[in-house]
Ligand binder design. Structure first.
Ligand code: NAI
Length: 793
């Protein structure tokens, strides 16, 4: 045997990381931890603790406090008390604190990595080389944002006390993703780590003490889901940021629907890993190792669905199996281990159950032969092939080292298969053709797309999902917006109920009113249509005078309108330049008809308001025509040999409930930003004067706006909003009405986790340029997709 062969055949010896420092730290705390509240350790009010164990051997590591209502109260109170001073600090002072946290994370990095590995089961190679360096990077990066806050976000203010609930798969990294932006923007925090992995959050609490962070700015309450629930329900919390399962995300969404808490959700995924026939297959195989076997596949953005072009499927499968056979699995503290332990027995059981179900549904299962330690929770890397796209293992998040493989023939088929999921967190595209890769990336419904790379993360690049993978971004400039609000909006008064209009005159025959001069129709797919119900309602002016009739739209009309909006591809695919041109043309035609529109509108709102509304509506159309080709994303430079293109993509089809009091300007101020950025719209106009749509659709018809880009359904906004909220074809809902409608919009869409944006029942001054137009609207009309592209050979 030659020396090279000997080298290849040599067995690995054990290379364990020494856990001494981490164990000493546990011992120093008597292996028992209270909550971290008001800058100090507090025993749980009810005296209850639970054990956290090492999943690689089942041994107990420490007892940790179970958070009760009294504990959560105390933590929220501490955070609330600390908030005014923390928010009032200069940006520079906050930047110094964040910088100190970054430095201390680096100083304690090895101990933190070991703690993470013994508590979670992930290989030390990962916690040491990926998790902890990224934690430090997040604090450094956000120290920078703290410093620049006032220059970059003028007019914005912190939300207040934020409740943050994190999962067990990247415990300290998820903490950093949540705490760093929250603190940088001046919020204070109550964070609840996952019950399986509380230790690094507690170690971080000590780091906060060491950094001299003012007491109450960061509070850590440990406990299970019930402690999380208490935090979600707490009236003193202004915002909830959650990462975890879609099921719990949905329940949080339900709980928060009735109030005004802001919410960001980072939920599950079933991310496609697409390999085209011209890909560098060896690189793709290495990508898969990081894509599905990183952290034993317990990664929300794991590339768990392998989509292979048919022509290379056999070769690729053979290479994957070969590579799987060389993966080393075993005790995670061993520095040469690729696959460590599964976090807990329930998770192991879940993986086994889903794999069994996949096999029962016809998948072929292949696993390399691996001798696992006799104790602990382990599961081998697994390849399921012949998976049917509707099979449970192709649709459900397994959260384990299990790859479900399928084939496709053409790029459009790959896109269709990739998007055939309720999720939309991440995707990988492997192809040596940059044209093909970017063409496919643009069509994937996912918040992150990695081209010829996988599972790369950086503080500068936003991360978050489409559809049931949640909404909101973490990281990047867009991540900060989750923790900021326009200061004027925080102060905005509650919307007053509109003054009741006089009823119909009892004496209609002799009324000196002009004859009905206006009966509008619904506007669906670019056509004026009659309502399905066959009914209309009278529309009366301020003085009770009959102004006209508007149809009473129903469920069927909304369905038709949504279908038309979804099919309006000509608009969704139009270039930004083209959209701008159409909007300028709309402005021109609106201006042309401004006198007659104002004349009719004045019957409902008086002459002065009508003139003001139409004047500003024309100007606002110019604003959004201007924005249409300027709100165009960013290029990030993460510290790898990559660029990440942060694309502002439209949400898709938006449902819009317009405010009541400004029938033209209110509706217009919402429809314009939506369509300027390529969304299509189904809008419900003001019930006070729905006749305005008749003027607007005539303007559209003469302005080259493609049919279906904007659809109007008149009728009862509270009834129609329910249909829009429940409709799976509506990607986002904007509801600008009273408080009851705001709550209803959120409640009705719990099931499909739709993005909902409301005025929270507050008054918006649509005539005020700072309130009625601009970036705030454009940001809500888009979601950022980060496309990572490597460079270099
Ligand atoms: P989970 O969603 O139950 O737990 C995540 C966090 O939420 C934990 O801190 C937990 O204590 C807390 N929580 C649980 N119920 C809550 C409630 N009603 N209100 C507020 N907070 C609550 O996830 P779990 O049970 O640990 O894992 C179950 C499955 O979820 C996994 O098998 C995996 O498929 C998925 N998962 C997805 C993650 C992701 O990042 N997308 C992370 C963790 C789990």
């Amino acid at each position: 045997m030659g020396i090279a062969d000997k080298l290849m055949a040599m067995e690995y010896g054990p290379a364990p990381e020494d856990p001494k420092e981490a164990i000493l730290w546990l011992e120093r705390h008597g292996r028992r931890f209270g909550h971290f509240i008001q800058g100090a350790w507090q025993p749980p009010a009810l005296g209850q603790y639970f054990d956290t164990t090492d999943p690689s051997n089942g041994e107990t590591l420490a007892a940790v406090a179970q958070g009760s209502a009294a504990d959560v109260d105390a933590a929220v109170e501490a955070a609330g008390a600390a908030f005014p001073k923390w928010q009032a600090l200069t940006p520079h002072a906050r930047a110094r604190y964040l910088y100190a946290l970054a430095r201390l994370v680096q100083k304690h990095s090895r101990r933190l990595a070991v703690l993470e590995t013994i508590d979670n089961g992930k290989p030390i190679r990962e916690s040491r080389d990926i998790d902890i360096p990224l934690v430090a990077r997040h604090f450094y990066y956000h120290a920078g944002w703290a410093q620049l806050l006032h220059q970059e976000f003028p007019g914005y203010a912190a939300c207040g006390v934020v409740g943050q609930i994190i999962p067990w798969n990247f415990p300290l990294l998820m903490l950093a993703w949540k705490i760093a932006p929250a603190l940088a923007t001046g919020n204070t925090v109550v964070l609840k780590p996952a019950e399986f992995t509380p230790l690094t959050a507690l170690a971080f609490a000590e780091i906060c003490q060491e950094a001299g962070l003012p007491p109450g700015v960061v509070n850590i309450v440990t406990g299970d889901g019930s402690s999380g629930e208490l935090l979600v329900q707490h009236a003193g919390v202004a915002k909830i940021a959650f990462t975890g399962s879609t099921e719990v995300g949905r329940s949080i969404r339900r709980t928060t629907a009735q109030g005004h808490k802001r919410l960001s959700l980072e939920l599950g995924g079933k991310s496609p890993f697409i390999v085209f026939e011209d890909a560098d297959l060896d690189s793709a195989v290495e990508g898969l190792v990081d894509g599905i076997w990183l952290n034993q596949g317990q990664v929300c953005c794991a590339g768990s669905r392998l989509l292979m072009q048919e022509s290379i499927a056999e070769t690729l499968t053979a290479r994957i199996r070969e590579r799987m056979s060389t993966l080393r699995a075993g005790p995670p503290l061993d520095k040469a281990i690729d696959i460590g332990a599964i976090v807990a027995s329930v998770q192991l059981d879940r993986i086994k159950r889903l794999v069994d179900q996949g096999i029962a549904e016809g998948a072929t299962c292949w696993q390399p032969k691996i001798d696992f330690p006799s104790r602990g929770f382990y599961y081998p890397p697994t390849l399921l092939s012949n998976v049917h796209p509707t099979s449970v293992v192709a649709q459900e998040e397994i959260f384990g080292p299990v790859l479900a493989a399928m084939t496709f023939r053409t790029p459009p088929e790959a896109v269709e298969l990739a998007n055939n999921t309720a999720y939309g967190l991440a995707a990988c595209v492997w192809s040596e053709s940059v044209n093909l890769a970017l063409q496919v990336a643009a069509q994937l419904k996912a918040g992150v797309v990695w081209v010829n790379c996988t599972n790369l993360f950086d503080a500068s690049c936003g991360f978050g999902g489409y559809r049931e993978s949640g909404y909101g971004r973490e990281g990047g400039q867009e991540g900060l917006r989750e923790y900021l609000e326009p200061a004027w909006f925080q102060q905005a008064p509650a919307l007053r109920a509109p003054a009741p209009k006089p009823g119909p005159s009892p004496n209609r025959q002799t009324e000196s009113a002009p004859p009905i001069d206006r009966t509008v129709k619904l506007y669906i797919g670019g056509k004026q249509t009659r309502p399905d119900s066959g009914y209309s309602a009278e529309v009366r002016g301020r003085d009770g005078r009959l102004l006209g009739e508007a149809p009473l739209g129903n469920r069927k009309d909304i369905r038709n309108a949504v279908e038309a909006a979804r099919q309006a591809e000509a608009w969704a695919k139009a270039t930004a330049h083209h959209r701008a041109q159409v909007l300028y043309y709309v402005a021109e035609n609106l201006s042309e008809r401004s006198e007659e529109i104002a004349g009719r509108l004045s019957g409902a709102v008086g002459e002065a308001q009508a003139t003001a509304e139409i004047g500003l509506a024309i100007e606002r159309t110019f604003s959004y025509a201007a924005w249409a080709d300027k709100f165009d994303g960013a290029v990030h430079n993460p510290p790898f040999r990559n660029v990440a293109l942060a694309m502002n993509e439209p949400i898709g089809t938006l449902g819009i409930i317009a405010p009541v009091d400004l029938p033209l300007l209110g509706l217009w101020s919402l429809v314009l930003p939506a369509i300027a950025l390529g969304n299509t719209v189904v809008a419900i106009p003001s019930e006070a004067y729905p006749l305005i749509v008749g003027d607007l659709y005539q303007v559209f018809d003469t302005s080259d706006l493609p049919g279906g880009a904007v659809n109007f359904v008149t009728g009862s906004s509270s009834e129609l909003l329910q249909v829009l909220a429940e409709h799976d074809g509506v990607d986002g809902l904007w509801c600008f009405g009273n408080e009851a409608n705001s709550a209803a919009a959120k409640s009705y869409s719990v099931g499909n986790l739709k993005q909902v944006w409301t005025n929270e029942g507050r008054a918006i001054d649509w005539f005020n340029l700072d309130q009625g137009e601009g970036r705030w609207f454009l940001e809500h009309a888009t979601q950022v997709k980060n496309i990572w592209i490597p460079y270099g050979e």
